[in-house]
Structure formats: structure tokens, C-alpha cells
Design a protein around this ligand. Structure first.
Ligand code: GTP
Ligand code: MG
Length: 209
């Protein structure tokens, strides 16, 4: 694959995952470097300036809340994101199961729908902030994030590695804790890296036919 993505001027990271897994806590822990005991349903979109990110690229971090947002709003955010972090809670097997039963298929379906419908890529170059080319829309890098590692003594990485074998768009996985701040900056670094230095081919969806 080509590394066109490395010329990117910003990175937009979207966090999705079941209710209660800690998406909002992760974002607020990163920003304040301490664990917020009380969080709103959805964090405001934040922009991390280039000079404090490991890759020196301005980074937008976007929260999702099923309480505050519709399915349509979620689809729009998935399309705008350069990388999607699917968050589960390591102590909640249901949230782990939902990665394959819901979240990964949803991201794929959303990207495919966009690739099929917006055939006009001439509009993209005129306004760099809107749609970027079709092939890129078909490949949305994913990072799997297991939060609340402070609650358990074991690791969920074996289950996650099995998922990664079936979904090549998953760039990396990480276990972390918004509460202890363990691996929090790493998590956002992996997300940046998935966009700026993707390791898998750029045209996964086409290659799978
Ligand atoms: P929704 O907004 O409902 O989709 O949930 P969310 O994914 O944003 O989760 P939220 O950040 O609201 O956290 C849910 C609960 O989990 C809260 O009570 C948090 O305090 C708690 N929590 C979040 N992160 C951690 C963690 O790393 N460890 C522990 N022990 N609890 C956590
Ligand atoms: Mg939330």
C-alpha cells in the first residue's frame, strides 16, 4: 500500500462501544490526566494541539453517546473519523461480544454504504474538509480498546487476537484503565499511528471479494 495518509494535516479519532464501557471517562482522563469520578454522557469534541501529540499532528477526539445521538449521527461520525476506537470493558463479556456482533459490522456497513453512494470525488478536492476519496472510505482503521483493566487480574488479549484474525482493518489493540491512567496516552497514540502509519493494505474491502 501507499503511505498517502502520512501527509494528513489532522487525525480525527472516534470512540464507540456499548454504554458504560468508559468512552467518556477515557477522553476526560486523557485531557485532565486524572480520573473523573462524574462524567457527562458525552464529552465535548476536543482538539489536541500538534506539539503535544507523539506524531506532531493536531488530533480531534470525538465521543459517542447512544443517549444523546441517533444512529444517523453515529453514521455521520463514523464517516468523518479517520480511525475508530471500539471500546469494551474487560470485566464485561457482553461488551466484548458486541465488538463482533455489532460494532465491527456496523463500521464496515457504514463505510461500504458511503463508498457505494458518493461516486462524485471531484467535490472532495475542492473542500479538503469533506469527503476524501472512495478507496479510503472503504478502509477505516480500527483500534480495539479494553478499558477498566484495574478491575481484573487476567487479560482479554487472547479473545481480541482471535477477533483481529477475522478483521484485518483492526490495526492494534490495547488494554487500559481510565481510572489508573494505565495505557491512556498509549491508546490515543495507537489510534494516531493507525492513521499515519497503517500496517495493513489500504484496500482491504476490495481484496476480500
Ligand atoms: P455511555 O456514555 O453511557 O455510552 O458510557 P461511557 O462508555 O461513556 O462510559 P462512562 O465514561 O460514562 O463510564 C461508565 C462507568 O464506568 C462510570 O461509572 C465510570 O466511572 C466507570 N469507569 C470508566 N472507566 C473506568 C475504569 O477504567 N475503571 C473503572 N473501575 N471504572 C471505570
Ligand atoms: Mg459517555
Amino acid at each position: 500500500g501507499q503511505h498517502t495518509a502520512s501527509q494528513r494535516k489532522n487525525v480525527r479519532i472516534l470512540l464507540v462501544g456499548d454504554a458504560g464501557v468508559g468512552k467518556t471517562s477515557l477522553i476526560l482522563s486523557l485531557v485532565s490526566e486524572e480520573y473523573p469520578e462524574e462524567v457527562p454522557p458525552r464529552a465535548e469534541e476536543i482538539t489536541i494541539p500538534a506539539n503535544v501529540t507523539p506524531e506532531q499532528v493536531p488530533t480531534n477526539i470525538v465521543d459517542f453517546s447512544s443517549v444523546e445521538q441517533t444512529d444517523e449521527a453515529l453514521s455521520a461520525e463514523i464517516n468523518k473519523a479517520h480511525v475508530v476506537c471500539i471500546v469494551y470493558a474487560v470485566d464485561d463479556d457482553d461488551s466484548l461480544d458486541r465488538i463482533t456482533s455489532h460494532w465491527l459490522p456496523l463500521v464496515r456497513a457504514t463505510c461500504n454504504a458511503t463508498a457505494g453512494s458518493s461516486a462524485d470525488d471531484s467535490a472532495a478536492s475542492a473542500d479538503g474538509d469533506v469527503v476524501e476519496g472512495l478507496p479510503e472510505a472503504a478502509r477505516k482503521p480500527i483500534v480495539l480498546v479494553g478499558n477498566k483493566i484495574d478491575l481484573i487480574e487476567y487479560s482479554t488479549i487472547d479473545s481480541v487476537l482471535a477477533i483481529m484474525e477475522d478483521y484485518p482493518e483492526i490495526e492494534s489493540c490495547v488494554e487500559c484503565s481510565a481510572k489508573t491512567l494505565h495505557n491512556i496516552s498509549e491508546m490515543f497514540y495507537y489510534a494516531q499511528k493507525a492513521v499515519l502509519h497503517p500496517t495493513s493494505p489500504l484496500y482491504i474491502m476490495e481484496e476480500q471479494d
